[in-house]
Design a binder for this molecule. Structure first.
Ligand code: SF4
Length: 354
């Protein structure tokens, strides 16, 4: 019997997430089955528990500092414990971690096969009322701005997800990167319909795969919001078609949210045109600022076609005239953006009246 300490870095502005640490919850189930003693902590905790193994998780690469902070704390505190660091940052930037911590930590890259199909130990997070799961891993596409092909290089679909739904939960959040590419998507939709819980396809649906049949099946599920992504001009027609299909089956346009990437190989006018399309079509636009894989503070990367000032204009407009970071198709907001001659006019804000 071993003592297992599961560590999530301290939540803060630098390590922001509203979800429980899914990988750690799966590791808890795995170790409890082996009769090990498990403790889950967030940040720096000293309550007398003496771990044999410490697992530390990580999020996006820009959130590396809080990960380093907990590694520092626990490696000093428990000099004999084995420390294993996994998660997104560890998978994408092992050299960055190694450089800092040399041989004191083990780096685990990618998915842990042994826990992939295990029901997470939601008992550790009693306030959570949502089951988070993957009905597939990886993606069939290889978009140049996306880290999924590097984190999960193989597309692996599951036939069933019922065993991953925690009894008593009210909602199911699917973290699939591209569920509609799964050959089993209809089986998964059948199971979602059968359990009759609220469903969130959290990472968005691939508009290119959203057919009339998919739209009809979506209508059978309890989905408060449908997410799509209009990241490049090449998907324009597919996005428009998907919105029309969703609208035709009765999904209100205010419930359709379209992510739009910027600060990658696009430029401000190109981004504006995509936002104009989205608002013209009457759905909600959600700008997504590109962050590179190389670890650097959030919002510090500026791509070659953008300036810091232009990026700041979007951030400010989202705060001031947007709602929750999004641009809903409110009449005033639509008019301002649709009538704007250029990027500057679309996102500049009036100075406050003195
Ligand atoms: S379709 Fe989505 S998940 Fe797949 S590679 Fe492109 S951006 Fe990533």
């Amino acid at each position: 019997m071993k003592n297992i300490l599961l560590v999530e870095p301290k939540r803060s502005k630098k390590y922001h997430t509203t979800y429980p640490p899914l990988g750690l919850l799966k590791l808890s189930s795995y170790h409890k089955k082996r009769k090990d003693k498990v403790r889950l902590v967030s940040g720096f905790v000293d309550d007398g528990f003496k771990p044999d193994i410490i697992y530390i998780t990580s999020l996006f690469t820009y959130a590396y500092e809080p990960v380093h902070d907990v590694i520092n704390y626990y490696r000093e505190k428990y000099k004999k414990a084995k420390i294993i660091v996994g998660g997104i940052y560890a998978t994408l930037c092992p050299d960055h971690l190694k450089e800092r911590f040399k041989d004191r930590i083990e780096i685990y890259r990618g998915l842990i096969d042994e826990v992939e199909d295990i029901l997470p130990d939601y008992k550790l997070v009693p306030d959570c009322d949502s089951t988070i799961l993957f009905s597939s891993r990886g993606c069939v596409r290889n978009c140049s701005f996306c880290s999924v092909p590097r984190i999960e290089p193989k597309f692996i679909p599951k036939k069933s997800i019922k065993h991953l739904i925690y009894p008593g939960h009210k909602k199911i959040i699917l973290w699939d990167n591209n569920i509609l590419a799964s050959p089993y998507w209809e089986n998964i939709f059948d199971e979602l319909k059968e359990v009759n819980l609220t469903v969130d396809f959290n990472q968005g649906l691939d508009a290119r795969l959203l057919t009339e049949k998919v739209a009809m099946r979506l209508k059978e599920l309890k989905i408060p919001i449908v997410r799509l992504a209009y990241d490049t001009n090449s998907v324009r027609n597919a996005i428009k078609k998907a919105i029309d299909l969703l609208s035709d089956i009765g999904i209100r346009k205010r419930r359709i949210l379209v992510y739009s990437l910027y600060n990658f190989s696009d430029n401000p006018e190109d981004f504006l045109n995509r936002i104009k399309d989205i608002l013209e079509w009457g759905v909600v636009a959600y700008p997504m600022r590109y962050e590179p894989i190389t670890p650097m503070p959030k919002n510090s990367y500026v791509s070659k076609n953008w300036t810091k000032e232009e990026l700041e204009m979007i951030a400010k407009a989202r705060r001031v005239i947007g709602y929750g970071g999004a641009f809903p198709p409110y009449e005033g907001l639509r008019k301002k953006i649709l009538n704007a001659k250029n990027f500057k006019k679309a996102f500049e804000l009036r100075p406050p009246l003195l």
